[in-house]
Design a protein around this ligand. Structure first.
Ligand code: AMP
Length: 137
């Protein structure tokens, strides 16, 4: 699939757009979802330019999952969670809205999740949650 380097997450990776970041290294970035489906909703993205999981280089996918696990553990500790939904949408038909592969970590239950990317979250509250997760990393 053709990668659009003007997509929102590509622009966040180039620091052209702001994001509340909780983790970054040379291959992966984790940041807070701006329209959270639950308090603490965090996104983990590889820096490799891939639209969906199916396009992502397998070694980048393997490394990204390691960071997904690391961030999930920090969320569990910082936010005292009992469960986290890991969601990954590949393709617009699946509901993907941003064409750069990403993993959602959502402190919620599959039974409670509804439509996503609809309602803006409270920036101050999101920043507070990010600070807690960062402190646990
Ligand atoms: P998906 O529908 O799986 O592509 O998910 C995209 C996610 O990105 C949604 O949960 C949006 O709320 C989130 N999102 C969109 N724009 C931004 C942004 N500028 N910063 C953080 N999260 C964003």
């Amino acid at each position: 699939m053709t990668y659009d380097d003007q997509n929102i997450f590509a622009r966040i990776l180039r620091n052209e757009l702001p994001a509340i970041k909780v983790y970054e290294d040379d291959q992966v970035l984790a940041f807070m979802d701006i329209m959270p489906q639950a308090e603490g909703h965090t996104l983990v993205i590889p820096k490799s330019p891939a639209v969906t999981l199916l396009d992502l280089d397998p070694s980048a996918a393997a490394y990204t999952i390691q960071i997904v696990q690391k961030v999930a553990k920090a969320m569990e500790k910082a936010l005292d969670l009992k469960g986290i939904v890991l969601m990954q949408l590949s393709g617009t038909a699946a509901g993907q809205t941003v064409p750069h592969v990403h993993f959602h970590l959502i402190p919620s239950s599959v039974h409670e999740l509804g439509k996503h990317a609809i309602k803006m979250g409270d920036h101050v509250k999101i920043q507070e949650l990010a600070d807690k997760i960062k402190a646990a990393l």
